[in-house]
Design a protein. Structure first.
Ligand SMILES: [Fe+2]
Length: 416
């Protein structure tokens, strides 16, 4: 790709991402902009400023070695231990955040115009810092969607809409035979994240994998069969979590005498029985598998199955996988088709694999992105949700959380 085409693609990617970010900001109620709605999260308004700050930091400061536009805002929007989440409530107004986003963006685009992308500097080389900023913005969009759900969970529900009729004709477990084989795992492209490198060969024994992610109806059967009360279905650690949290349904589910509802990013809505079950932690996924006589697939198995006959070459600017739809629609029943369905664009799918480095891993651009989480306490989920930007829904993308985390758009596709 010539430098001018690369610059054009980077600019278009950044603009696409920014359109989504600004649409999300419109959904944030004023009274929640600066509020921490959950111990895990900074205030939602902080994430918007942080997108601009990160872009400026990696492009303007690290790639070009220039000073920050605004030291005060640069510190406020930095994800640093010396700037704790409780400090991040001291935010400027919505208009000032939008203005900061515009200023930092202009800076990034001006820098792109001037940049020599053949520079050996690893931040500059091939446009790395711009693509990093783009992916970073996309990832925070998903966090913002999670927080919009938390906001709606905390608002009083005035009136529940009619629930969906609670029945399903989908078979369970609907397993697809995945044959034994070898494949090239990971992605060594200059734009890939450090944890996707290096590409390497993996061998996989034949196994069975659910055709689609576990649905809400199937999850409700686990619940109705005492899934959250039966000690034998849970690991020791999982049970301790279950008791401590008094969990009885996935996060964001509202179980009412009339039916099942979900706190989405635009308010409460009825759950469709055939939509993938979402917002459940690794311990819950594990208990469900035990109940069903199934298991979680490893991430090697997941990626192998997802790439079987699929993408050889991955295109960083056009990585839209089947199931990709517009943002904000929320999760819907998986579209019909041949083979494995709903691999991405619906829910992330938990795997049995702890987040660990591939051979040849080198932390870049900083330890805090991947390396600090490769501690045996985080588990990998794969695929990408409805709130994941289409460009990030590549079969090699690795996401990870601790087993108790269930605020994300997390589901499962069990194996045998
Ligand atoms: Fe960030």
């Amino acid at each position: 790709m010539s430098a001018s085409v690369l610059k054009r693609e980077l600019r278009a990617a950044l603009e696409r991402a920014r359109g989504r970010t600004l649409r999300l900001l419109e959904l944030v109620p004023d009274e929640f902009l600066k509020v921490r709605v959950h111990g895990f999260y900074s205030p939602i308004g902080w994430h918007f400023g942080h997108i601009g700050r990160t872009e400026e930091y990696w492009i303007h400061h690290k790639a070009l070695g220039r000073p920050c536009l605004d030291d005060e805002l640069s510190f406020l929007f930095a994800d640093l231990p010396e700037n704790p989440k409780d400090n991040r409530v001291n935010l400027p107004s919505r208009e000032q955040i939008v203005e900061y986003l515009a200023r930092t963006r202009q800076c990034a685009l001006d820098a792109l115009d001037e940049a020599d992308l053949s520079s050996p500097d690893p931040h500059m080389s091939g446009g790395y810092a711009w693509y990093f900023a783009f992916q970073h913005e996309c990832q925070h969009q998903e966090t913002i969607c999670e927080m919009l759900q938390l906001i709606h969970q905390r608002r009083p529900v005035e009136r529940l809409p009619e629930p969906h009729e609670w029945k399903s004709s989908l078979p369970f477990p609907d397993l697809v035979q995945v044959p034994s084989g070898e494949f090239c795992m990971g992605w060594s492209h200059p734009f890939s994240y450090d944890n996707e490198k290096e590409e390497h060969e993996e061998k996989v024994e034949g196994f069975e994998l659910m055709r689609r992610p576990v649905t809400a109806f199937q999850w409700s059967q686990f619940m109705e069969d005492g899934g959250y009360q039966r000690r034998e279905l849970w690991s020791e650690e999982g049970w301790a979590w279950r008791v401590r949290e008094e969990a009885f349904a996935p996060e964001y589910w509202l179980v009412d005498a009339r039916g099942y509802y979900y706190f989405g990013p635009q308010g409460v809505r009825p759950i469709h029985p055939d939509e993938p079950a979402s917002c459940l932690g690794w311990f819950e996924a594990e208990a469900f598998c035990r109940w069903a006589g199934l298991r979680l697939p490893s991430e090697v198995e997941w990626e192998y199955a997802a790439r079987l006959g699929g993408p050889g070459q991955l295109d960083p600017f056009n990585m839209v996988s089947p199931g990709a739809r517009g943002d904000l629609a929320g999760v819907e029943p998986v579209a019909e088709g041949p083979g494995l369905l709903g691999l991405s664009g619906y829910v992330w799918q938990w795997t049995s694999s702890p987040f660990s480095p591939y051979s040849g891993f080198q932390a870049f651009p900083y330890d805090g992105y991947s390396k600090d989480h490769m501690d045996g306490r985080h588990f990998v989920c794969r695929g990408g949700s409805w709130a994941t930007a289409p460009e990030l829904r590549r079969p090699t993308f690795r996401n990870w959380y601790v087993p108790t985390y269930r605020q994300g758009f997390l589901g499962l596709r069990a194996a045998r």
